[in-house]
Design a binder for this molecule. Sequence first.
Ligand code: ADP
Ligand code: MG
Length: 722
Amino acid sequence: MPSAERFAALQTIQRRKPVPVAPPAPLADTWASDVFSLDTMKEALPRSVFKSIQKTIRDGGKLDPAIADTVAAAMKDWATANGALYYAHVFYPLTNLTAEKHDGFIVPKADGRAITEFTGKLLVQGEPDGSSFPNGGLRSTFEARGYTAWDVTSPAWLMRTPNGVTLCIPTVFVSWTGEALDKKTPLLRSNAAVNAQAQRLLRLLGETEVARISSSCGAEQEYFLVDNAFMALRPDLQLAGRSLFGAPPAKGQQFDDHYFGAIPERVQVFMQDVEEQLYRLGVPAKTRHNEVAPGQFEIAPVYEAANVATDHQQLIMTVLKATAKRHGMTCLLHEKPFAGVNGSGKHVNWSIGNSTQGNLLDPGTTPHANLQFLLFCGAVIRGVHQFGPLLRAVIATASNDHRLGANEAPPAIISVYLGSQLEDVFNQIKAGELKRSASGGVMQLGVDSLPEFPKDAGDRNRTSPFAFTGNRFEFRAVGSGQSVAGPLVALNTILADSLGWIADQLEGRLAKGDSLSDASFAVLQQITREHGAVIFGGDGYSSAWHEQAVQERGLENLRTSADALPVLQRDAVRELFSRHQVLSPVELQSRFEVYAEQYCLAIEVEARLVVRLARTVIFPAVSAYLAELAASIQEQESIGLQPSKALAQQIGGLNQQLLDGAAALEAALGAAPHGAEAHMRHCADTLMARMAEVRAAADSLETLVDDAAWPLPTYQEMLFVR
Ligand code: ADP
Ligand code: MG
């Protein structure tokens, strides 16, 4: 029998019905209906103005100030016709969140009237008081000026909430001195860097008139849903996003029966609600299914231009959270809400190309004969080998650390999985002779009524942090709660750098009279010889790999964020970002400081919660039960029985351990050293270890104490009851 509070929660949940939502409207009516899209603009703007803005969007240029007023007026008319009274410059500070500053369209007039107005200047530029956003020393609070500026390449949209409609304008956020205070600015810069270097290489390969190259991203979002009746009894889930206590349930995910299983009704209704909103916002949500863990789900949109996909990712997270609330649930985007149960990631599928060239990472059926593909793929391999630790650093958060390296998520060692066909091609290059592409062949199903279907030339590998999946790379180690901007910035920049290096090499060899194919082969061979160590097709979870990767291949295993974040301070990384004008040294340093601080804050909040819950929730509950036990023992003895005292003694001992552990943790919390790196080490080594000790005592107690006395909803309840 659960405790009274838990029982009440269970009853509440039992009575819940799926929240009624309207049946899905035809896609043609809803699709992008809340987006100030090119189509909307075409209708709303004079032809010349439309042509101008269309070109700006295509070429990634600046909005012509001469047309800004016209665009702003049309945007306002469209927004107010749809019920908007406010507009917001939306920006992406160095936290993983989305920030908004709302302003009314209203302008009071001298004669006492008020009109709505929205000028080009207000559209293009805003000035939120940015002093309270983390900036890593880029600005002190007394010079808090921060500016937002519309990123024309990402369309404006309407956000509908129960409190009304707001026109949202996606913007960059920069300081008065022009430094990037956000995640969008470097992403746009990294796209420009990829374009510049890809253009160089493509010209050497004989292409002329190449349209702008840019990166694409399709991000698969995993999340958990927990009923709000349980959330109310779980301060740890509320404040830290993960359970800091909780014994493993008798039934976990051993049966893998949740994965791709039937989606529970309440969740299906929730998903439909989410998708409907996303369609209106022009977010192409496509895939939905259960994930591995009970209570875990996934949503994936079709890939888009990286910049738009990044804004859409933020929208997806916002919509998931807000909609879950309306359905009586909480959407947890934490990477590891439940210990011992699979965590959540966000697989970032990434490629580069353009409308005329197509996808530059598409190998075709005979990759060995596709020089362009081999050079672009070779560039990725070289980049990941040189900057693997950077890729580890851009996914380093306190929460993602719980996932990386556990036996269900990619290891913290960054390697590249190519699949058997490509691995074979690169092995041939290394050996000096490139002859063939192994084919996948045809799959024989042994059932006459089923069609034969062609096999992919390479299998998948779930244990790889960075895998080639047919025509793109999939960065699988990204955390579920993260903005995808940071990982995309790193990927684009290391690719730009390697493409630039390849172009340099080719130019040198061509100048000496080499043929293009000889020169390219030589460069590819050099890449396989110098950087082939990063290619790994085996089991990334095995301890043999961890040993081999580090000892024989020289790859780094940066287990925690405290190990990984200092990579941002390395000379090679600083030079990389400076060389391609993606982040200045000061901007990079500020990121190190902000991320280090957030890491420490996250762990310290958890530690304080552990102390508080251990002392004020678990200890009293256990003590009360212990008193009952002791009384029962006395009573039994009074009638001449000889009851065992072992259980009471065990519980008493553990309860004391709990209290002592909390005291030790509190002492450690007060002993944080100065300096970002030392502080991170203290959190990673000391606080995490002390928290684990308190938790171990509590989780043992959970399995010994009367269920009716246990105050916190159990794993079994939270994971299985919906
Ligand atoms: P998985 O089998 O990995 O779950 P999905 O079909 O769910 O694959 O797709 C993963 C994501 O990869 C989707 O968002 C999809 O649009 C995206 N994707 C497909 N092709 C590309 C590409 N060329 N570049 C970037 N992303 C892509
Ligand atoms: Mg995937």
